[in-house]
Design a protein around this ligand. Structure first.
Ligand SMILES: Cc1cc2nc3c(=O)[nH]c(=O)nc-3n(C[C@H](O)[C@H](O)[C@H](O)COP(=O)(O)OP(=O)(O)OC[C@H]3O[C@@H](n4cnc5c(N)ncnc54)[C@H](O)[C@@H]3O)c2cc1C
Length: 483
């Protein structure tokens, strides 16, 4: 089967990869001149990479780890010590850690929380533990039901002291969805906590050893093209044209630089574009269908990524850091964490600015100024005194609509990969899968879409031939990595 896939983000590439594994021929049509969507990166004139976002891989990402193993690029993930490190705003320049010991889950998580005495008092830890009990006992069903509450509302309902939110969960909420606890659905935090507490290495983090475009997306493209598939850049989907029965007749690809539009015909069609673009391209007859109407309930959340190059080393920490700054979310010194960006003498900080709704329309200079002011609190020794650290250069990448904004009630608007249209499918981290709006969610959604296409064409396969297998992976990361 020839399958047209609009969008070369991780969802579109994963879908194409698994379709080629099943013997089909996917053609990925990407509007931009770069692979990766929200993980895209570019090289500047000095040859330095700058990225759409600081990206962390978790042990609790079985489908991503499986994909990486299948591509034979496991050595590109740089796993870090099993810990979570938070800045301490009341004591600038210092850190508080949650160190996970090498014992089975959930014991390692419980020990990590109990051993940390900088951020939470014993009564706060106990009240939080009791509040979490229903999620631990009742599992995912309870977690899904809590989608009607924001995290702040849920904490109040569970009688958890507000200081727990302030100390730990503002940072977690911003890291997971770029919004604050009074906006984020309780389901998001509970899902992440459940994964982190149930899997020994669930919260263990890895950095890619270079730019995601080159080090992760390109090997997927190589896999696809080696098996007869194709990935075309600068090929924006302009219109989905329908047959009389409402199924897709063809895609129209916009001709660039004065070229004619192109009619693109296939046996099946996939949108792996962001939900914000898909909403605009829904053909008029489909607007009557509830499935497509529901997409209106989803919207991408703004976020800003900054990369700052300095004339000296600001820290030796080789890990992700939770800034706990009102302006910033997580950050890392990529000159320590990432092989390709390594520099023993100079720091390159990559920082996520969130929530970004009040900043997204501001100039790069204003954003930079506000960020540098925050750095004075994160690295007081390097930004005060006679010889402050000098900023050598910077890049600001604004994404006005990134992953879907996971406010309360969104779960019911997330569509399945299979649509009511026989030859049309959806992929994307916003579609329904267990892993929220993340790289793992994108990879899993693409895999589920490929699986659905294969299943729906099973008759074509039957004739004694076994169906190809690439089930959703739920094995432990150790197994996925073959350790
Ligand atoms: C700043 C930032 C930090 C993040 N940090 C993490 C992290 O640490 N860990 C994690 O797991 N996740 C993280 N994420 C989320 C993760 O990047 C996304 O969930 C994932 O990459 C989404 O992939 P996708 O394929 O679903 O969508 P997208 O990446 O949005 O892909 C959609 C693709 O469709 C293309 N497209 C759009 N319109 C058209 C058209 N008309 N025709 C053809 N193509 C079109 C786009 O150009 C894009 O390539 C982060 C995201 C951001 C922005």
């Amino acid at each position: 089967m020839r399958v047209a896939i609009a969008g070369a983000g991780l969802a579109g590439l994963s879908c194409a990869k698994y379709l080629t594994d099943a013997g089909h021929t996917p053609i990925v049509l990407e509007s931009r001149d770069v692979l990766g969507g929200l993980v895209a990166a570019w090289k500047d004139k000095d040859g330095d990479w700058y990225e759409t976002g600081l990206h962390i891989f978790f042990g609790a990402y079985p489908n991503m780890l499986q994909l990486i193993k299948e591509l034979g690029i496991e050595d590109r993930l740089q796993w870090k010590e099993h810990t979570m490190i938070f800045n301490q705003p009341n004591n600038p320049g210092t850190y508080s850690r949650f160190d996970f010991p090498d014992v089975p889950a959930p014991l390692n998580g419980i020990v990590a929380i109990l051993r940390n005495n900088d951020m939470l008092t014993w009564p706060e830890k106990i009240r939080f533990g009791i509040g979490l009990l229903p999620a631990m006992i009742l599992g995912q069903r309870y977690v899904e039901e809590m989608d009607k509450y924001s995290w702040s509302e849920w904490m109040k309902k569970q009688n958890i002291p507000p200081r727990v939110e302030k100390e730990v969960f503002i940072a977690m909420s911003k890291a997971l969805n770029f919004i604050n606890p009074d906006e984020i659905s309780a389901t998001i935090l509970l899902t992440a906590l459940n994964r982190f507490l149930q899997e020994k290495n669930g919260s263990k983090m890895a950095f890619l050893d270079g730019s995601p475009t080159e080090r992760l997306c390109q090997p997927i493209v190589d896999h696809i093209t080696a098996r007869g598939g194709e990935v075309r850049l600068n090929a924006p989907l302009k219109e989905i044209v329908l047959n009389d029965d409402g199924t897709v007749k063809h895609f129209v690809i916009r001709g660039l630089n004065g070229a004619e539009d192109e009619v693109f015909t296939a046996d099946a069609y996939v949108s792996a574009m962001s939900v914000d673009v898909m909403k605009i391209l829904v053909p008029t007859p489909w607007k009557e269908i509830e499935f497509f109407q529901k997409l209106e309930g989803l919207e991408g959340v703004p976020v800003i990524n900054l990369q700052l190059w300095f004339d000296r080393k600001l820290t030796k920490i080789d890990h992700l850091l939770f800034s706990r700054s009102p302006l910033l979310s997580v950050y890392a010194d990529m000159s320590n964490t990432c092989r390709e960006y390594a520099n023993p003498d100079r720091s390159m900080l990559e920082l996520v600015l969130a929530p970004a709704k009040d900043w997204i329309a501001k100039s790069d200079e204003e954003i930079l100024q506000a960020t540098v002011a925050e750095l004075e609190k994160l690295f007081p020794d390097d930004f005060t005194g006679d010889n402050p650290a000098k900023l050598l250069k910077y890049h600001v990448v604004k994404t006005p609509r990134s992953v879907y904004k996971a406010t309360p009630g969104r779960q019911e608007y997330r569509p399945s990969q299979v649509t009511p249209i026989a030859n049309f499918y959806l992929a994307g981290s916003y579609t329904m899968q267990r892993y929220l709006g993340s790289m793992e969610g994108a990879v899993l959604s693409g895999k589920l879409t490929a699986q659905a296409i294969v299943r729906n064409t099973a008759e074509g396969f039957s004739e004694g031939k076994p169906l190809p297998r690439f089930e959703e992976t739920s094995q432990t990361p150790e197994k996925a990595l073959g350790r």
